[in-house]
Design a protein around this ligand. Structure first.
Ligand code: FES
Length: 302
């Protein structure tokens, strides 16, 4: 007989050799969620193995399928499929109806996003350099209409280059590359998107010129590094977001364009990934808010 300590329930559960974590849990009277009845189809029984992962038998094909689809890290296991060979400590992930709703939404998501996983990705921040002036000059209706047209246009490009818009705020767009599908070099995708956005801006500006007698310029920052990816659900809407310093830094790199009078800056880590001997660039040294020391940013010219 092995012991499972459930940190969620503050209870030690006895488990016989051939039983799954879910069977042992239910036998001990724990209300362990298992919406699909243990068929490896809902993932609501998932647990975090806090201690004793080596005492869990490897994933069977059914569990492997769910784990792959949802991008589970090693320590997230389906309780209905996992048998143990020694003592373990677990934390149940689904404890109420709200958790069930969130998890079921994930299993229905076909994007293949690596939820809750740390990924290497490229983060692109872009904003409109003369937006404030535009917003102050024209009625709110026109501003919203133009922004919608701008978002729609830029989103098409970002998607074409295998990225997704994670967030928009005012005139700013945060896009992620290397999240939805595994790509050989997400920085090259982000750079291709930045270049295509600038090319498209020419025709966008023709429209603006004709309608409002003004033009937009855009400033872009690209960073590369690790970030945690999650599907964040606020009830009415859900979105895929990245959390981590890599994301924050991309915003600061974009803002540094103002200091240098540049349009497209990339971080050292992104520059290394571009690795193109024919690249036309200028290096700038700067301090970045919230980061110690001097950092080299690279202005990409064409
Ligand atoms: S109960 Fe549905 S996957 Fe385990």
């Amino acid at each position: 007989m092995f012991k499972i300590f459930s940190q969620t329930d503050k209870q030690t559960i006895p488990a016989s050799e051939n039983s799954t974590i879910l069977e042992a849990s239910l036998k001990a009277g724990i209300k362990h969620t298992h919406v699909c009845g243990g068929q490896a189809r809902c993932s609501t029984c998932r647990v975090s193995i806090l201690k004793g992962l080596k005492n869990c038998l490897p994933r069977n094909p059914k569990e492997q399928g769910v784990a792959q689809k949802l991008g589970f890290p090693e320590h997230i296991r389906l309780a209905c499929q996992t048998q143990i060979t020694g003592d373990i400590t677990i934390k149940r992930s689904v404890v109420d109806d709200l958790d069930i709703e969130i998890i079921l939404k994930q299993i229905g998501d076909e994007s293949g996003t690596q939820f809750g996983k740390e990924l290497e990705l490229a983060v692109l921040f872009v904003d409109i350099e003369n937006y404030t002036q535009f917003a102050e000059t024209f009625p709110a209706y026109d501003v919203v209409h133009v922004l919608n047209r701008y978002y729609r246009t830029m989103n098409t490009i970002i998607e074409e280059k295998h990225g997704i818009i994670s967030d928009v705020a005012g005139d700013g767009i945060l896009a992620l590359f290397g999240v939805l599908t595994k790509r050989p070099n997400p920085v090259l995708d982000a750079l291709a998107a930045a270049r295509a956005m600038n090319r498209t801006l020419v025709s966008f500006n023709r429209y603006l010129d004709q309608m409002y007698a003004c033009r937009f310029g855009i400033r872009t920052g690209i960073n590369f590094g690790k970030a945690i990816i999650g599907s964040f659900d606020t009830g009415k809407m859900s979105k895929i977001s990245a959390i981590g310093d890599t994301v924050n830094l991309a915003g600061r790199i974009e803002a540094a364009n103002k200091d240098f009078g540049t349009r497209l800056l990339v971080s050292e880590s992104a520059f290394q990934k571009i690795n193109d001997p024919t690249l036309n660039y200028t290096a700038h040294q700067t301090s970045l808010k919230g980061k110690s020391g001097l950092h080299t940013l690279y202005e990409i010219k064409s």
